[in-house]
Design a protein around this ligand. Structure first.
Ligand code: ATP
Ligand code: MG
Length: 561
């Protein structure tokens, strides 16, 4: 298969690092971090950020920290912490001993805040939240100074300490940076540093009742950890002057970390907003965070995507400044290409119909040697049993076929993959007229002889011998949304555009016996049907397979011309 895209997308951040290495800014050091907030499961957008941060560190023989950005005690949960660690590991990255949390630095943040107060660079504001909002101004109008802006250093220090000690109600005061209420950049209009919030923190418990704001905590965390390139998404571009201001005013020495923004990943036919993903789970629209239709890393993993496919996808899309939406088809292409190389080929019938080979002895079973991969003998082979009674796909027989239908028809012949040519002699129906069985004969000289038997039979279909078939449930997935941009729909809610066909459960599939030994992380190609993997719901008494992706690749066709 030819690649429709060059394998490596461009990445402007490499140019910045190369420049820094040339100028000696960080003495050739590259130290990045991936800073998730533990308030949800990671999704495909985070995968891009993980591959970028850990990937650059590997490429430049540097380091990448995993840091939990846990400054907001309300939304955070140890379940999310555990899932995030598992997801980063599964993607193939290691933080070694460098697992940190912003909450490790709570004391240091507070010291920095006192330093700012002592320097006259921060003050306690006692306006109500509403007054603060009104006085912040707008994009076109400057803000107004708070009446508390000129409090003395001593008074500010005293109230700040009392805030920490828990003397005040939530919302009674906030600590703000003293920058410029008339700045054209709203982020610089005396942004908040600390707010009072009586909430139990998953790591520090009830030790603190004041919590630092993201903009304050993030840059200081970066500086403490010796981060060189602090990579974040584009919506923080206007926060960069504040990032630099805090580090300078808190007296971190050069070379200080630099913030670099890139365009977030948006993927068509799905949503990558944690809030929306959370809603899909809590409202029961999907079964769980790792539902195979979810764009979460755990969902994609359960669906059967391999980490190598996701890393390849993240490399191909590249890293740019300009926002754009990536076609879901490209992700599916990467998944197919990865599985094409690695998945074992097997036979399974999803919607079975019974076939009886009348001229095949009922006490006979033949074992046909069939390779697991047509191009890769190292993947081995298995013995496929062939017997008088088989299953074929309901769709592979038509009583009144249209022109150009090359599968089984009354009186017609078809080849069974690896097996014999069979001919349909009779169609058996129940009282309601439903086809329940096909009576066929076989040509004994054709076993495994395609094409050496010289017979011109166009159709080749898959099958499973009924005597040793394994019954299984098969779950077929399609895109979760039926419109390309569910997040940006004008009329109505993104939830109005859920694809009603996104999950189809087939309860009576019949699979070849080798699949009884399927392992959780193994991937299979069910010939002619797509790629499949075992679902964690599977039990020895009831196997459950997920279809990862179909074989059809519309993305390549559409992008070739
Ligand atoms: P929240 O609204 O909860 O902050 P978030 O998506 O920003 O949501 P974080 O946990 O803060 O979630 O994200 C961790 C890192 O992943 C950040 O550095 C962020 O820039 C990056 N990231 C998040 N979403 C995307 C995306 N769609 N594409 C690329 N990077 C992303
Ligand atoms: Mg964030």
């Amino acid at each position: 298969m030819t690649n429709p895209e060059k394998t490596t997308g461009s990445n402007f951040i490499r140019n910045i690092i190369n420049e820094d290495n040339k100028s000696g800014k960080y003495s050739g050091k590259v130290h990045t971090r991936f800073p998730p907030e533990p308030n949800g499961y990671l999704h495909v957008g985070h995968a891009k950020s993980i591959c970028l941060n850990f990937g650059l560190a590997m490429e430049y023989k540097g380091k990448c920290n995993l840091r939990f950005d846990d400054t907001n005690p309300v939304a955070e949960d140890p379940e999310f912490v555990a899932s995030i660690k598992a997801d980063v590991k599964w993607l193939g990255f290691e933080w070694d001993e460098r697992l940190f949390s912003a909450s490790d630095y709570f004391e240091k943040f507070y010291e920095c805040a006192e330093l700012l107060v002592r320097k006259g660079k921060a003050y306690v504001d006692s306006q109500s939240a509403e007054q603060i909002r009104v006085n912040r101004g707008t994009l076109t109008e400057p803000g107004k100074n708070s009446p508390y802006r000129e409090r003395s250093v001593d008074e500010n220090l005293k109230i700040l300490r009392e805030m920490r000690e828990g003397k005040y109600e939530d919302g009674a005061h906030i600590l703000r940076a003293k920058i410029d209420m008339t700045s054209p950049n709203i982020n610089m209009r005396d942004p908040a540093i600390y707010r009072i919030r009586r909430a139990e923190h998953h790591a520090t418990g009830t030790k603190w009742c004041i919590y630092p704001m993201y903009d304050f905590a993030h840059c200081i965390s970066d500086a403490i950890e010796g981060i060189t390139h602090s990579i974040c998404t584009l919506e923080f571009e206007d926060h960069r002057p504040l990032y630099d201001w805090f580090l300078i005013e808190c007296e971190f020495k050069a070379p200080r970390p630099q913030q670099i923004e890139f365009a977030r990943l948006d993927l068509s036919y799905t949503v990558t907003s944690k809030r929306k993903l959370k809603e899909l789970v809590s409202e029961g629209i999907v079964r769980s965070w790792d539902d195979p239709r979810m764009p979460t890393i755990s969902g994609m993993r359960r669906r059967g995507y391999r980490p190598s496919a996701l890393r390849d996808f993240c490399e191909r899309i590249g890293v740019a400044k300009a926002a754009n939406t990536v076609d879901m088809g490209l992700l599916e292409f990467c998944v197919r290409e990865d599985l094409e190389r690695s998945a074992l080929r097997v036979l399974g019938v999803l919607q079975p119909i019974k076939v009886v080979i009348e001229d095949y002895p009922s006490d006979r079973i033949e074992y046909i040697d069939a390779p697991f991969h047509p191009q890769d003998p190292s993947l081995g082979s298995r013995k496929l049993p062939f017997s008088r009674e088989l299953y074929i796909e309901t769709d592979d027989f038509m009583e009144n076929p249209p022109k150009g239908y090359f599968r089984l028809v009354p009186g017609g012949e078809v080849r069974l993959r690896y097996g014999y040519i069979i001919k349909c002699r009779e169609v058996i129906k129940d009282d309601l007229g439903n086809i329940v069985e096909l009576r066929c004969t076989h040509d004994p000289d054709t076993l495994g002889k395609n094409p050496s038997d010289g017979r011109k039979v166009k159709g080749i279909i898959h099958w499973v011998a009924s005597s040793q078939a394994i019954s299984a449930e098969v779950r077929l997935y399609d895109r979760l949304f039926s419109v390309a941009a569910p997040g940006g729909v004008k009329d109505g809610d993104y939830k109005d555009h859920i694809n009603p066909e996104s999950l189809k459960i087939l309860g009576h599939a019949k699979l070849e016996p080798s699949l009884a030994d399927a392992k959780p992380e193994q991937r299979f190609q069910f010939e002619r049907l797509g790629y499949f993997c075992l679902d964690p719901d599977s039990k020895p008494s009831g196997l459950v397979f997920n279809r990862t992706v179909t074989l059809r690749d519309s993305w390549v066709k559409e992008h070739k011309s």
